[in-house]
Write a protein that binds this ligand. Structure first.
Ligand code: FAD
Length: 434
């Protein structure tokens, strides 16, 4: 029989949550002596995934590992494989787990090797939604790119360099679409973005905020086709490489390269049937405990109670949550806290010279007030039906501005709507912020 290598703690996954969890075990709890294993399908140690659609594609020279291993964004030094070795953590790379037996507490890898655990942290993240899985015609063709892991970023980078002066179609108007479009433009590729919504970032941006970003993209030559979706892809003369993108309402676009960013799906397959699920994610309680004893979850894969919004259940695909939930889960696993996880939703993106941040909530009925015209700032607030500020947004803010807006989203004070509207009408960003 295959022998089982056993650990007190196992982190399943090697992404953002895994990297920050490993650091928490070492730095806060002093863990050493090969009691912890990090098991990842990827061939490299955990890294800051958001870099893949930013400096990895756009910097000159492009950023490469080891520069952005976790936890550099948290202000630390990059955790290279040496860091894991030095701290007595077994980093098992290129190791895909294909079976999780929670009753015998045993994980089985693709090559048959087996790993036992005392406590397990599930941090398998999410994967890009692939159009071929949805049965779209031609979606298997070469030249159609997705961006989730580093191997995909390498392929996209090469393809982009080979397409300078040519034409790309970007499918999806969310942040992946916007960041990849910016990277393509910076690399000299002409881009058409196609998405069904009336404007970019439709789930977060108000029409006014979106208009400011779209104007800057249009100035850089980006063409938008809104309110429609891709129907199919086709090649030319059986080349196997995408050449045509047919849209639902008829027109056909020519493309030398396609990037698809149409959403993500949590990687839960291994645990279906074994753990309680909610909203497509692994359900955890306020202490990040799953429905099975000694099994915890963090990051994109979990559906968790948002304490500050009356424990409304949510799944969040943002790196701030991956980092904080991972660190909190480790504290719970080590018996170091009885406090529930209390996350203030936070999301950011960077494109061209721009950089925006958002905190809080955007209820459907919220009133929004926007001020500034991106020269250089733009600030927005979301005010709920009871008149409280619940969401805040800033483009190109100073640290002081950002701290203030973060605090407002956290404390949700009553808004002085008349004063805010007055400042907005006068385009007075500083007055608005004060
Ligand atoms: P991941 O980082 O996805 O890690 C999951 C890991 O588990 C991977 O290493 C995967 O290979 C591994 N794994 C999965 N299944 C198995 C298995 N069976 N066996 C072994 N290993 C397995 N968020 C922001 O807030 N701002 C941004 O600007 C931003 N930019 C982004 C840009 C890109 C291109 C992408 C893809 C995401 C971006 N995000 C951003 C989202 C952010 O990166 C994620 O929220 C975060 O990475 C989630 O961390 P995680 O650890 O839960 O999952």
């Amino acid at each position: 029989a295959t022998s089982v290598k056993s650990y007190e703690y196992v982190i399943l996954g090697g992404g953002n949550a895994a990297g920050y969890a490993a650091r928490q075990f070492v730095e806060k709890h002093g863990l050493s002596g090969h009691k912890l294993a990090v098991i990842s399908r990827e061939s490299v140690a955990p890294y800051e995934r958001p870099a893949l659609s930013k400096a990895y594609l756009t910097a000159n020279p492009p950023t490469r590992l080891p520069a952005f291993h976790t936890c550099v964004a948290g202000g630390g030094a990059p955790q290279t494989p040496d860091w894991y070795a030095k701290n007595g953590i077994d980093l098992l790379l290129s190791t895909e787990i294909v079976d999780c037996d929670l009753n015998s507490k045993c994980l089985t890898a693709k090559d048959g090797s087996k790993y036992g655990y005392g406590k397990l942290l599930i941090a398998t993240g999410s994967d890009a939604l692939h159009l071929d899985e949805l049965g779209m015609q031609g979606a298997h063709l070469g030249g159609i790119h997705y961006l989730r892991e580093i191997a995909e970023a390498d392929k996209l980078y090469e393809a982009m360099k080979a397409c300078a002066g040519k034409h790309a179609v970007v499918v999806g108007g969310g942040y992946i679409g916007l960041e990849c479009t910016a990277a393509l433009v910076i690399n000299g590729v002409r881009v058409t973005m196609v998405f069904p919504e009336p404007h970019v970032m439709a789930r977060l941006f108000t029409p006014e905020i979106a208009a400011h970003y779209e104007r800057i993209y249009a100035q850089k030559g980006v063409n938008f086709i809104k309110g429609t979706v891709v129907d199919s892809f086709a090649d030319e003369n059986g080349s196997g490489q995408v050449k045509y993108v047919r849209l639902k309402n008829g027109p056909v676009l020519e493309a030398d390269l396609v990037v698809v960013g149409v959403g993500a799906k949590p990687r839960t397959t291994l645990l279906e049937g074994a753990l309680a699920m909610e909203a497509r994610g692994i359900k955890v309680d306020g202490h990040l405990r799953t429905s099975h004893a000694d099994v915890f979850g963090a990051g994109d894969v979990i559906t968790f109670p948002l304490k500050m919004y009356g424990n409304r259940m949510a799944r969040v695909e943002h790196v701030g949550h991956a980092r904080q939930s991972a660190m909190h889960a480790v504290d719970v696993m080590m018996g170091a806290t009885t406090e529930p996880y209390d996350y203030l939703p936070f999301f950011y993106s960077r494109v061209f010279h721009l950089s925006w941040k958002f905190w809080g909530d955007t209820p459907a009925q919220a009133k929004t007030i926007v001020v500034g015209e991106m020269n250089p700032k733009l600030v927005a607030v979301w005010i709920d039906q009871d008149g409280h500020v619940v969401g805040t947004f800033i483009e190109s803010g100073t640290e002081h501005d950002e701290n203030k807006l973060k605090e407002l989203a956290r404390t949700r004070p009553k808004a002085n709507v008349a004063r805010l509207e007055e400042a907005a009408a006068a385009n007075d960003v500083d007055g608005f912020l004060n």
